[in-house]
Design a protein around this ligand. Sequence first.
Ligand code: ARG
Length: 242
Amino acid sequence: MKKLMVLSSVVCAMLCLCACGSSSKKLVMATNAAFPPYESVEGNEIIGIDPEIAKLIADDLGRELVIEDMAFDSVIAAVQTGKADIAMAGLTVTEDRKKNINFTDPYTEAAQVIVVKEGSEVTTPDDLEGKTIGVQIGTTGDIYAEDIKDATIERYSKFFEAINALSQDKIDAVIVDREPGKVFVSENEGLKMIDEEFTVEEYAIGVAKENTELLDQINASLKKLQESGKIDEIIGKYIKAE
Ligand code: ARG
């Protein structure tokens, strides 16, 4: 009897060690935290809409959220190679990306917009023809810019670098997501956003193709969070209605 008890406590301890130490308990999120209000660095914390939604999902799944900040054009590869469980980076759903990863149901709508200097001759998307356009590498803005006739594309690793180049007249316009665009315009004097949206998009969470169990779990979680109004609450905290 005594032997059995010793044995069972050893087994218990081992189980606990495995469960507590294993990475399966973590939910690793790949992001690029230079994209306010979706994700940005504040002090030594990553804040924004995406980390807050991810935290609620992780809580719901009983997992510990770990955020890995990296280059935007690495977030999909991070999920594909298993370095991260999810890619959540204001990530637009595209047919091309669907070849490499699965997307959850979208959690918000988005758009690409054009930011220019006040007084710019660019007043509609058509005016971008022949212009020098700044984008963040690997974003949908980068992809759309490729279709603009005679345009020169300047690719930056972070959006704010493109915004700085615009302020310094090194480029004519920046194609960026609407809400981050609004933040950049409000933080940099002399810039404005063109009213006409370039494209309308949706953001979703990227999950590895083979990880369909996680995909289903996150979709179930997202549904609950949407129904309870928690997602709208988080978005409303960061994006004020006009
Ligand atoms: N929505 C765009 C895309 O998916 C840009 C996302 C950039 N995200 C970021 N965290 N820097 O391509």
